[in-house]
Design a protein around this ligand. Structure first.
Ligand code: PFF
Length: 450
């Protein structure tokens, strides 16, 4: 098939704002709302937050720009993009496809929890102010065998339905309403949370770094979390960039998206961690943190039920705009490579991911005594392999590729739209991508493996 026809069939974003919304939609998701607060809680609070922000500043912006540019230049999926520029590099994209696959399998399990909590809050089953009872409600649900798997299936089904129809205006339109609403509701929640009696302890825990808590495993966790949250290191932004018109301002997008993403993560931290202390919980209780703490916050608000329903709808939406990007990475690769039908490929992949996700769900209950990597069960093992190994590795290789393999002139032309856009930090960006980022990732990676 000629390149032109192939590109026509791949579809494009409806508008410039459409791309920003879709890319921000991919970035903002469970990673910000659910994972960031609990990771901060298990990694010593402020120390983790500080390391996280430093990594976003140093790596997040640079890699975002690099991925988008690579995608738009080649107009191809993750693997195609690498191998179009250098045949030997296709396997790097393949690592990304593998990461997407693994992430979606446990992401969808948590997406299922969100749907269940949406139902629970709509039916009034979450109107509980006793934090210990809320803990039992959560534990009881996730450790049961069938219901979480059914909800995981429902989440996968909705994801599939959206990817099925392709790059659709519907998602862009919905994002224009949902993303700002999410922002507003999280701000309201954060205000409620920090004004609860006893919340100050939590605010301090979240913003004042205790440097004795920083070690290499905290740094690796923060690094993995940055990649996860910004959808970097696995070709997601390459794939999204490939649907981009030639007139988009890449540096601007590469700065706005990480800014939005980090703002939402920090706000989610303010919504959850101060409340954790106010209710006398422990911050290091892991994946249940959001599901146990926020219902307790809602119970202390006027119109709490309305807020709860609204909140879980928005979390679900944020999760779906991320899960479709994960599925899209896998589907785009197979469709581009083998020319299979988009529909059939989406269905087959969704089914396989659903099946792979089942052990992650069971590991919260009947299979909780099965350990794979160290102390980790299926759920944490998927997360660790994908977020802490595959994504940083993908990010490292992206830097080497863009900094050392891709022709510098071609790369610069892509980022500045052939010289039309003034990108003042071009030299700094290139220096970061070529030297600082890969070395930093490598050091964290090697030291923490030790
Ligand atoms: N960034 C998403 C989140 O924070 O929820 C998760 C994710 C989506 C990771 C897409 C990676 C990706 F390629």
């Amino acid at each position: 098939m000629s390149k032109v026809i192939e590109n026509k069939e791949r579809g494009q974003w409806g508008s410039k704002l459409g791309f920003i919304l879709a890319a921000a939609g991919s970035a903002v998701g469970l990673g910000n709302l659910w994972k960031f607060p609990y990771k901060a809680g298990t990694n010593g609070g402020g120390a983790f937050v500080l390391v996280y922000v430093i990594i976003v500043l140093l790596l997040g912006f640079s890699l975002m720009i690099a991925e988008i540019a690579l995608g738009r230049n080649t107009q191809l999926n993750a693997i195609g993009a690498y191998s179009k520029i250098n045949k030997k590099w296709g396997w790097v994209g393949a690592l990304g496809v593998l990461a997407a696959f693994l992430i979606l399998s446990f992401y969808s399990v948590v997406g299922g929890w969100v749907i269940n909590y949406l139902v629970k809050s709509a039916t009034g089953a979450l109107k509980i102010s006793d934090a210990n009872v809320l803990k039992e409600v959560f534990g009881g649900f996730v450790s049961s065998t069938t219901m979480p798997i059914i909800y995981h299936g429902i989440f996968m089904l909705i994801t599939l339905a959206i990817v099925f129809v392709g790059i659709d205006k519907g998602i862009e339109k919905a994002s224009k309403i949902m993303m700002p609403s999410l922002f507003v509701i999280i701000i309201i929640l954060a205000i409620r949370s920090v004004t609860l009696p006893g919340a100050m302890e939590g605010v301090k825990y979240f913003i004042i770094p205790d440097f004795s808590k920083i070690n290499m495993s905290v740094v690796l966790d923060a690094l993995g979390q940055v990649f996860f949250s910004l959808s970097l290191g696995m070709g997601c932004m390459i794939t999204y960039g490939s649907y981009l018109g030639k007139d988009t301002n890449i540096p601007k997008s590469g700065i706005i998206i990480p800014l939005i993403d980090t703002a939402i993560a920090l706000l989610a931290g303010f919504a959850i961690l101060p409340a954790v202390f106010a209710f006398g919980f422990k911050p290091d209780q892991g994946p249940g943190l959001m599901f146990v703490t926020l219902p307790a916050v809602f119970s202390k608000m006027p119109l709490g039920t309305v807020f709860a329903v609204l909140f879980f709808i928005l979390v679900l939406f944020a999760a779906l705009t991320s899960s479709i990007s994960l599925l899209e990475v896998v589907v785009a690769y197979i469709v581009d490579k083998w020319n299979f039908s988009r529909q059939r490929t989406s269905i087959a992949i969704a089914i396989i991911i659903f099946l792979v996700g089942i052990p992650a769900s069971l590991s919260q209950g009947v299979w909780s005594n099965i350990h794979l990597l160290g102390n980790r069960g299926f759920f944490d093992t998927y997360d660790f392999i994908a977020s802490n190994i595959l994504l940083p590795l993908g990010g490292f290789l992206l830097c080497i590729f863009v900094g050392w393999i891709w022709k510098k002139q071609q790369c610069e032309d892509e980022i500045t739209n052939g010289g039309e856009i003034k990108f003042r930090l071009k030299k700094v960006w290139f220096f970061l991508i070529k030297y600082i980022c890969p070395v930093a990732i490598l050091i964290v990676f090697l030291r923490s493996i030790k």
